[in-house]
Design a protein around this ligand. Structure first.
Ligand SMILES: *[C@@H]1O[C@H](CO)[C@@H](O)[C@H](O)[C@H]1NC(C)=O
Ligand SMILES: *[C@@H]1O[C@H](CO)[C@@H](O)[C@H](O)[C@H]1NC(C)=O
Ligand SMILES: *[C@@H]1O[C@H](CO)[C@@H](O)[C@H](O)[C@H]1NC(C)=O
Ligand SMILES: *[C@@H]1O[C@H](CO)[C@@H](O)[C@H](O)[C@H]1NC(C)=O
Length: 453
């Protein structure tokens, strides 16, 4: 239910930001079924007016800039059962008409393709025509486990981002990276890289990187990852998620992880804990958005002293958090990408040159390895020289809680904020915040904290 409001909001926000209503009235679109995902088409992102794609339960919509339906297709219900291995035939006696929730929508603009992954058939994806989503370009349910991308479970959230992959022979492919938690019938890969064409032994949607580090079974189950957002910036791919700290723990903590886009072994994958408030009261990330703050917010952030120097064109990660300890409130915290990156460099650097110690305290641990030896003395410039990792470097690192990037909330509300989008309107940053009860609020963002009822 929460996700529906989340995307209802995204739609409102995107429409407001990009579609500048030309007829003086607010455009509106209503789906017959729950909306799971909304993405903007390529032209829209360039601010030229364009399309929105809406993935809903059993339906997929292509909307024009007035939010009118240009093309739509039914994606379900389908005869399916989680117990059965696709293709689901008469041999699957338990098969019943099953709702198809949209789990992932990604725009591959260069090829005019929309990647669509649903919850039926173990999360197999399809490719559709970006200019006409009714047209199915590719779907196969006979390729086996390697083509299961998303999750069959409603509660498991899936995030993804387009990227590229270069082989040793210098062939360059479009791929997408996927982050997802673990559902009982899903693959245990936390992060995977999926190809969009057949090549050599690979088939469409194959997971082409076998990096055991962030894909190993026992660890995935232990941490209960809940992925919320994925994005790319400056040659890096980032995932935002919450997880526990171990098998005995049920408390959720929020992390942002980062790896180099052209790191083919995920060697550079590193997790940084994010605390929203000094006591980390707002511990669980719900939604996030990356935007530039604009002149006014940048100045206000800089003068608050919490964020270092922030300029109008710096990217900032805006995250809404809920509180496991106090479900009646939620908060929004801001993390400049510059701060995230420099804290990550500190942590990685400490591992290579100071046995993982900063100010006499252990700063890092290795959540996905049982190996004792973690950080070892290496030449001083190691972290810099092997910025994107290498085979001989330790398994993925995570910051210890004491080295979490911590900021005070810029907004606290007596509501469950489950969605966020931020836009710059005439130099001012405006946040569109959605709550679990379906309310959408538009608020200016400031560098100092604002508390509301
Ligand atoms: C996608 O749809 C557009 C518009 O209908 C059409 O011109 C184009 O040929 C289609 N692409 C493919 C690959 O069929
Ligand atoms: C591969 O393609 C992407 C864009 O599609 C580009 O950014 C990247 O530099 C290319 N890599 C190589 C090695 O050509
Ligand atoms: C952690 O989050 C999960 C949902 O992802 C929730 O079910 C669980 O109750 C949370 N843990 C605590 C201690 O509140
Ligand atoms: C982050 O929060 C945790 C508690 O959840 C706390 O132990 C840790 O010290 C905090 N880190 C910082 C840098 O404040």
């Amino acid at each position: 239910m929460e996700r529906w409001w989340a995307w209802q909001l995204a739609l409102v926000a995107l429409a407001t930001v990009y579609l500048s209503p030309s007829h003086g009235k607010m455009a509106e679109f209503t789906s017959d079924t729950l909306i799971n995902n909304v993405v903007a088409g390529p032209d829209l992102r360039r601010g030229q007016g364009g399309r929105l794609y809406v993935g809903a339960v059993n339906a997929l919509y292509q909307l024009n800039q007035n939010l009118e339906v240009e093309s739509r297709t039914e994606t379900g219900p389908k005869r399916d059962n989680r117990q059965c291995t696709p293709p689901v035939t008469d041999a699957c006696e338990e098969a019943v008409d099953t709702d198809n929730h949209n789990k992932l929508l990604l725009v591959h603009a260069a090829r005019d393709v929309l990647v669509v992954c649903g919850s039926v058939f173990r999360g197999i994806c399809s490719l559709r025509n970006l200019s006409n989503v009714e047209q199915l370009l590719y779907f196969s349910d006979t390729k086996g486990e390697k083509s299961y991308v998303a999750s069959a479970e409603e509660s498991v959230s899936v995030v993804g981002v387009m990227s590229y992959f270069t082989t040793r022979e210098k062939a360059n492919f479009t791929v997408f990276l996927v982050g997802k938690g673990y559902g009982s019938h899903d693959s245990t890969k936390l992060i995977s890289t999926r190809i969009l064409q057949d090549y050599g032994d690979w088939v469409v949607f194959d997971s082409i990187i076998e990096a055991s580090a962030v894909q190993a079974n026992p660890f995935v189950l232990r941490y209960l990852h809940d992925f919320r957002f994925a994005f790319k910036d400056g040659g890096f791919v980032y995932f935002l998620f919450s997880r526990t700290l171990g098998v005995q723990d049920t408390k959720n903590f929020t992390f942002v992880s980062r790896m180099c886009e052209d790191d083919q072994g995920y060697y550079s994958y590193t997790e940084l804990q994010l605390n929203c408030s000094a006591a980390n009261k707002y511990n669980k990330a719900q939604a996030a958005y990356v935007a530039t703050p604009g002149e006014v917010l940048a100045q206000s952030m800089t003068s608050s002293g919490q964020y270092g120097r922030v300029s109008a064109s710096d990217k900032v990660l805006f995250v809404t958090f809920t509180s496991d300890e106090d479900p009646s409130t939620s908060a929004m915290c801001m993390f400049p990408l510059r701060s995230i990156n420099s804290r990550l460099v500190e942590i990685i650097g400490a591992c290579y040159s100071h046995h993982g110690i900063i100010s006499e305290k252990a700063a890092v641990y290795s959540p996905y390895s049982s190996k004792e030896e973690l950080c070892s003395e290496k030449p001083r410039d190691m972290a810099h020289r092997y910025r994107c990792g290498a085979e001989f470097l330790p398994s993925p690192l995570a910051s210890k809680a004491e080295f979490a990037l911590t900021v005070e909330p810029s907004l606290v509300r007596k509501a469950h904020m489950t969605a966020v989008a931020v836009a710059e309107v005439e130099g001012h940053a405006v946040a569109f915040l959605g709550t679990a009860t379906g309310e959408v609020t538009q608020l200016p963002v400031a560098g100092k904290s604002v508390f509301m009822l």
